[in-house]
Design a protein around this ligand. Structure first.
Ligand SMILES: Cc1cc2nc3c(=O)[nH]c(=O)nc-3n(C[C@H](O)[C@H](O)[C@H](O)COP(=O)(O)OP(=O)(O)OC[C@H]3O[C@@H](n4cnc5c(N)ncnc54)[C@H](O)[C@@H]3O)c2cc1C
Length: 399
């Protein structure tokens, strides 16, 4: 009988795993099942070029429609997997269809956290979220964005670009608190100010309610802001419910959440793997475990686990890397920046043309740059090799 691999989730991790299976010579069946009705697409442009209206969905497809046929990958969109029976190695779809598998990959990603509910609240995770929000932003009115992390900051920048009055609210004392150390967070305070975004930090939102045609955001210290539309961008929840219900081991939310996998992407259930944003995986460089929510991490993890499903045995080890585009500036972050790290800056922060190395006892643990992709690539290799910055600098490797 033909071997059958089923992939749940047609995001970048799922598509990359399917491609890796075929590239590794796997000749069995591949079913790629995605809940979204769309041909799989690149998610990062959604908060940038897509919401700004400068790219169309067809310009951000991961692969052309014909690629799936050429690779004999049975892509089924608009299909939600409702349950897994790991004993019987069977899946049930929401329409009650049953599918048997030999290998199963859970690449279910995550969804936007939504702690409040009101008619004027929007979140942005998928293409389906775009048309209404885009129409609202196109009016150029006032919009409030809750959360100045990667996605919230990008939405604020995109809304400014569309001529909106933007209020950006953040609980931490600086924007991008999970990515940037304080000195660099300050840089983004200045950037939002220069670009006309009204950033308020130290705002702990207590409620968001509808009042007439306004949506009112209240903070625990009694301050209020109101606008017709409030975009809530306060992180994502990994889609672990399928795994949980099937008795597959997941990681507690306070430890990062997600489906627990080993370095080969294997879950606790025989023949079941997980990859991408949903996977809580070993950190092959620093030890311990982590869950990464970055595009390239999901792509490379999907590829690595696809190769394992095809019979490979190479553990996945990667230094995280991500980027963010705001107001025309490309920020890149690599490694594990931490507020306690020593910061060594090359270039000019004032000109937004620099790379900052983050050192732990002299060892490079992270690097953050604006306009310095090549330095970031070099730093990534140093982080992986746990190099001392003074040693590689003596080497003349940095200019
Ligand atoms: C707006 C936005 C902007 C971003 N910008 C950047 C950026 O600039 N740089 C960067 O590095 N990262 C960025 N990211 C993060 C990056 O997009 C993610 O890390 C990446 O998309 C994760 O890929 P994934 O395949 O693991 O999961 P996802 O992209 O979440 O895909 C999972 C898919 O599984 C489907 N699914 C879930 N459950 C089921 C089910 N039961 N049955 C069938 N299908 C199911 C979902 O519908 C979804 O389509 C951004 C994310 C967002 C939302």
């Amino acid at each position: 009988m033909t071997h059958r691999t089923v992939i749940v989730g047609a995001g970048i991790a799922g598509v990359s795993a399917a491609a890796a299976l075929r590239n590794s010579g796997y000749v069995g069946d591949i079913d790629l099942l995605g809940a979204e009705p769309e041909l799989p697409y690149r998610r990062p442009p959604v908060s940038k070029e897509i919401v700004q209206g400068v790219k169309t969905p067809d310009e951000i497809r991961i692969k052309k429609a014909e690629w799936y046929d050429e690779q004999a990958i049975n892509l089924r969109t608009g299909v939600t997997v409702a349950s897994i029976d790991t004993e019987a190695r069977a899946l049930r779809l929401s329409g009650d269809e049953a599918i048997l598998y030999d290998h199963l990959l859970l690449a279910t990603g995550g969804r936007a956290r939504a702690p409040w509910s009101a008619p004027g609240i929007r979140t942005l995770r998928s293409l389906a979220d775009v048309p209404r929000l885009q129409a609202e932003l196109a009016g150029g009115g006032h919009v409030i964005v809750v959360g100045a992390g990667l996605i919230g900051s990008e939405i604020a920048a995109s809304a400014r670009g569309l001529g909106c009055e933007v209020t950006l609210l953040e609980t931490a004392s600086l924007p991008l608190p999970r990515l940037l150390p304080p000195q660099l967070g300050e840089l983004y305070v200045d950037l939002h100010k220069t670009e006309g975004t009204n950033l308020h930090t130290g705002v702990m939102v207590s409620s968001i309610d509808e009042h007439g045609d306004q949506t009112v955001v209240r903070s625990v210290d009694g301050r209020t802001w109101s606008a017709p539309v409030v975009v809530v961008a306060v992180g994502m929840e990994p889609n672990v419910e399928l795994a949980d219900a099937a008795g597959i081991v997941t990681t507690a939310p306070e430890l990062g959440g997600g489906i627990t996998v080993d370095a080969l992407g294997r879950t606790s259930a025989p023949g079941v793997f997980a990859a991408g944003d949903v996977a809580n995986q070993p950190n092959g460089v620093l030890g311990g475990r982590h869950r990464v929510e970055h595009w390239q991490g999901a792509q490379n993890h999907g590829t690595a686990v696809g190769k394992v499903m095809a019979g490979g045995e190479v553990p996945f080890v990667e230094v995280p890397w991500c980027w963010s585009d705001q107001y025309g500036h490309n920020l890149q972050v690599v490694g594990w920046p931490d507020a306690a790290h020593e910061l060594v800056v090359h270039g000019s922060m004032a000109d937004r043309d620099f790379v900052a190395y983050l050192l732990d006892d002299g060892i490079v643990r992270g690097a953050i740059g604006i306009g310095r992709p090549r330095d970031i690539r070099t730093a990534r290799a140093w982080i992986s090799a746990q190099e001392r910055l003074d040693a590689v600098l003596d080497d003349g490797s940095v200019t």
